[in-house]
Write a protein that binds this ligand. Structure first.
Ligand SMILES: [Fe+2]
Length: 290
């Protein structure tokens, strides 16, 4: 793996941990505790019991990992979890007119990918490739827990379970604010790290598939199965903007210049595709519904 330096908000320790992926269980637990300590603004909304549920799941699966790559994928998902909690927290700070239950926000973001640790053992995070829906599996895992302590904090189990279950579906399919928030936070967190994560993408370089351009211009999300080239992957990630639910998410995405970066990358690797897209984007865009 290419060294992941300068990852946004990642400490030097974080990228060393992920890069080397050689921690034993005890070291991993210490890192996990530092990652989800008590010093963040949102730490008060993450009960000890939630952290211990998460850790139990990591521990159960980490010891079964048969390769370095699988261990690394698990470490990436632990760090991604923190990215999503932080993104969710930032989004709600911009969406002040909504009366958020902070506990629901943090718990839903925290557990959104809990199904990934079992999936990692299958060697891929592609749900369609592994025939494993990590949203459904994660929802089931969390639903089975005893929620008595969480209810006292006003955290609704069914709401959290729904947010986990629906976070990876093509469409939210509901107006529930926590479902919408987790979907936005997850996408924003991944987009922020896109330039690092995409080094790993193994796609034929050059060109953009017609189906991908059509999906994008139709104002929806590009479907996984249509992605062939690296530029298709870029456009697929960019198409996530079409699924944002909150204005704050869009504002952060634009402000952080992810879109500009993607277009410059397409231009570097494939000037022809770039000039084609440039022409398309100068035309009036498809109106995305409210
Ligand atoms: Fe996920």
């Amino acid at each position: 793996m290419v060294i992941i330096m300068n990852m946004r908000n990642w400490s030097r320790e974080d990228w060393m941990v992920v890069e080397k992926a050689d921690l034993d269980l005890k070291e991993l637990q210490s890192w996990f505790k530092r990652l989800f300590g008590d010093s963040d603004d949102w730490s008060n909304f993450l009960p000890k019991e939630a952290k211990s549920w998460f850790w139990q799941e990591v521990e159960t699966e980490y010891v079964k990992a048969s390769s370095w790559k699988i261990r690394q994928n698990m470490l990436l998902k632990i760090r991604h979890t923190k990215d999503v909690v932080e993104a969710g927290w930032e989004i709600i700070r911009g969406e002040k007119e909504i009366d958020w239950n902070m506990g629901m926000v943090i718990i839903a973001c925290f557990f959104h990918d809990i199904g990934r640790f079992q999936q990692a053992l299958l060697g891929s995070f592609e749900d369609w490739e592994t025939n494993y829906d990590h949203g459904d599996k994660g929802a089931k895992l969390i639903w089975q827990r005893n929620w008595s302590g969480f209810r006292q904090l006003g955290i609704d189990r069914d709401g959290v379970v729904e947010a986990i279950r629906r976070h990876n579906k093509y469409k939210a399919g509901t107006e529930d604010i926590y479902v919408k928030l987790v979907r936005d936070a997850d996408k924003l967190a991944l987009l922020r790290h896109m330039k690092f994560l995409l080094r790993e993408v193994d796609c034929t370089n050059g060109g953009i598939s017609e189906t991908v351009i059509s999906d994008y211009l139709a104002g929806g999300m590009v479907k996984n199965e249509n992605v062939v080239t690296k530029n298709d992957t870029y456009l697929r990630w960019l198409s996530w903007e079409n699924d944002f639910n909150f204005e704050t998410t869009r504002r952060l995405f634009i402000k952080e210049e992810v879109k500009d970066w993607v277009f410059s990358e397409i231009g570097k690797s494939d000037p022809q595709a770039f000039s084609r897209l440039k022409k398309i984007f100068l035309l009036p865009m498809v109106v995305v519904g409210p």
